[in-house]
Design a protein around this ligand. Structure first.
Ligand SMILES: Nc1ncnc2c1ncn2[C@@H]1O[C@H](COP(=O)(O)OP(=O)(O)O)[C@@H](O)[C@H]1O
Ligand SMILES: [Mg+2]
Length: 272
């Protein structure tokens, strides 16, 4: 399990004193090197952004500060096979809407729908990166393929998925993982769970996959659940159709082509 940490404003003052003692600038390459981090990571540290726990700990340690004294908050993350999104164009309105639904409106299930290749996975990654600070746990599961494109594997059965989610939360193997245990956890902790490419199980609709529908239904119907499940798929699961509504905590977002943004991007490229 990986974690990301972020410094508190007061904590940064402590680190500032310590680095002056060392004679280092805030973004000194020597400091980054000593912590085996990049200068970009060091910069993010100073911006109070989340960075990987190990970098955070080392950046503090090499100036003689104990990380626990200066940490503001942390997120436990497991991104599994989510793709990296180094370049991201447009989609500002879409991001704002998803953020509004998840953070302000406390939606419990949000489905991002659209044709294959339209940008659902990419948008979900960027959205989660933006809002993860609001959650204690962030967990991403891709239901189709592993990162190495050649190795296609079957989507996990619902009980395998439950076991894998509970393992992430508890850090212990549980052969009897039940949906109720998971829901209890999602009720007690603010978790953001992403199931990318739900089509994989909607298509296979076979034995072992019915539990996915139950998971969506339970989360959609559960009261006062601080957690959120994001789904991406081309088709809308029937549980979403039954539970969704503009003012309800279950919503779906139909993603369209980049449209105007595509023109803007082209213009920008041509003008620069
Ligand atoms: N907003 C965006 N900015 C830059 N690249 C994008 C954007 N949206 C999608 N892409 C690119 O388009 C391709 C397909 O996007 P993806 O998110 O995988 O689509 P989907 O999940 O809907 O099938 C990917 O290579 C991705 O990098
Ligand atoms: Mg996708």
């Amino acid at each position: 399990m990986a974690s990301s940490l972020r410094a508190s404003p007061q904590g940064l003052k402590t680190v500032d004193q310590a680095r002056i003692g060392k004679g280092w600038d805030r973004q000194s390459a020597a400091w980054a090197d000593a912590a085996k981090a990049s200068v970009a990571t060091l910069k993010r540290f100073w911006q109070k952004k989340y960075i990987q726990a190990q970098f955070f700990i080392d950046i503090c340690a090499v100036v003689g500060v104990h990380w626990q004294e200066i940490v503001d908050s942390f997120v436990n993350e497991d991104w599994d096979e989510a793709p990296d999104v180094p370049v991201f164009y447009g989609r500002m309105e879409e991001l704002a809407t998803l953020q509004q639904w998840i953070v302000q409106d406390h939606c419990r299930v949000v489905a991002v729908l659209g044709m294959g290749g339209i940008g659902k996975t990419t948008l979900a990654v960027r959205c989660v990166e933006q809002i993860k600070g609001e959650f204690e746990y962030v967990i991403w599961r891709s239901l189709t393929r592993s990162r190495s494109a050649s190795t296609f594997r079957h989507p996990p059965s619902a009980s395998d998925l439950l076991a894998s989610l509970l393992f992430f939360f508890h850090q212990k193997q549980d052969n009897q993982a039940t949906l109720s245990q998971l829901v209890d956890y999602l009720r007690q902790h603010r978790c953001l769970v992403v199931l990318d490419d739900l089509d994989a199980i909607l298509d296979s609709a076979g034995e072992g996959y019915e539990g996915y529908g139950e998971l969506i239904r339970r989360l959609g119907e559960e009261r006062d659940l601080p957690s959120c499940l994001i789904l991406t798929s081309q088709q809308k699961a029937k549980e979403i159709v039954l539970l969704e509504g503009h003012k309800l905590p279950v919503r779906s977002f139909l993603l369209k082509g980049l449209g105007e943004a595509a023109h803007e991007i082209l213009n920008e490229v041509e003008l620069t």
